[in-house]
Design a protein around this ligand. Structure first.
Ligand SMILES: [Zn+2]
Length: 340
């Protein structure tokens, strides 16, 4: 099965009332971990690459690894998505490379740090929508600013400083015509999301529900949604790591989100923790090892376990075979206004 558009996956998820995890990758082992988890749980998947990942993998390596994934796992509907495109140019280069979905994060200026104006965001996102939809490619936008910094992208703000305004979100969707909307409800990128288990004061699920009430047909996206489980932190610290205590987004809050229009859930930190813990364990227990496979294999297995667990928790498990893929040409045709 060739790579498919994210729009199709999210439309199906909306019909089925489930969410789809979007997992970040930089290398072969992470792609393999996700695809194996998808096969085991029979899940459609969204694999995403940030600008940092594209630079790390020189883009081409990543793209061809993704093609290998579609050849080796033909039964799994697979999306290649650009995470946090900082400019129209970055989105354009991803589209040219063969990504089937892009995020234009116009909530920040192209420096990826400075919060932008509403007008700038609308203009940049609109340009990407026109360019992407002509090729059937999906567009995710963002309104409000997420907390923290991810791969050098982010204003480094507190998660609560630029929450999404529901009225503005409605206007933004109308003016841009995007497919999926990332909202800021208190979550942050990175491992240090909350200093204690989040409450309604720090994680604004009420606001998410209001946005969904206003935009019942828009696919909402939760960023910074790793759960940062204590077990994964403990493995790292048990084998010589020095993580400070931290809290992520509890899975039950994500599930509440899924019942209220969330269709894409971004997870990166949990996988990073799983990989690092597994590698540390081998290094501590078998200091004589020097074959990279001796620690990359358990690392890949540890990530696969986390991904498979999330796929079940988000509800996407069992849905890989529900539908036949729509070609990108057909998707492009669907975006064209119907002639009267
Ligand atoms: Zn993000």
């Amino acid at each position: 099965m060739p790579l498919v558009s994210m729009r199709q996956l999210l439309d199906e998820a909306a019909k089925g009332g489930y969410g789809v995890g979007a997992f970040n990758v930089n290398n072969m082992e992470q792609i393999q971990a996700i695809m194996e988890a998808a096969r085991e749980t029979q899940s459609p998947v969204i694999i995403q690459a940030s600008r940092g990942a594209r630079a790390y993998s020189q883009d081409k390596f990543l793209y061809h690894l993704m093609l290998a994934a579609t050849e080796l796992y033909p039964e799994i509907p697979t999306v290649l998505h650009l995470d946090h495109g900082n400019s129209v140019e970055t989105c354009k280069s991803a589209i040219e490379m063969g990504f089937t979905s892009v995020m234009m994060d116009g909530s920040l200026m192209p420096d990826g740090k400075t919060p932008s104006s509403f007008e700038y965001n609308v203009d940049a996102t609109r340009q990407v929508v026109e360019m992407a939809h002509a090729k059937g490619i999906t567009v995710e936008g963002e309104i409000g600013c997420l907390g923290g910094i991810e791969d050098g992208h982010g204003a480094g703000l507190d998660g609560l400083s630029h929450l999404t305004d529901p009225v503005q979100a409605e206007e933004f969707v109308k003016l841009t015509g995007l497919d999926a909307l990332a909202i800021a409800i208190g979550t942050s990128h990175g491992a240090y999301k909350f200093t204690s288990k989040p409450t309604g004061e720090t994680l604004k699920m009420e606001r998410l529900m209001e946005i969904h009430r206003r935009l019942p047909n828009v696919h909402l996206v939760m960023h910074g949604s790793s759960s940062v489980p204590k077990e994964l932190q403990d493995v790292i610290n048990q084998y010589g790591g020095k993580l400070k205590p931290t809290w992520g987004v509890p899975v039950e809050e994500i599930q509440l989100g899924i019942r209220n229009g969330v269709r894409k859930i971004n997870v990166d930190t949990d996988n990073r923790l799983a990989i690092t813990g597994a590698i540390r364990k081998v290094f501590m227990e078998k200091p004589e090892e020097f074959d990279p496979r001796s620690y990359m294999k358990p690392a890949r297995e540890a990530m696969k376990k986390v991904v498979a667990q999330r796929m079940v928790q988000f509800g996407q498990a069992g849905h890989a075979g529900d539908y036949t893929p729509i070609s990108m040409e057909e998707m492009a045709a669907r975006y064209q206004p119907v002639a009267v």
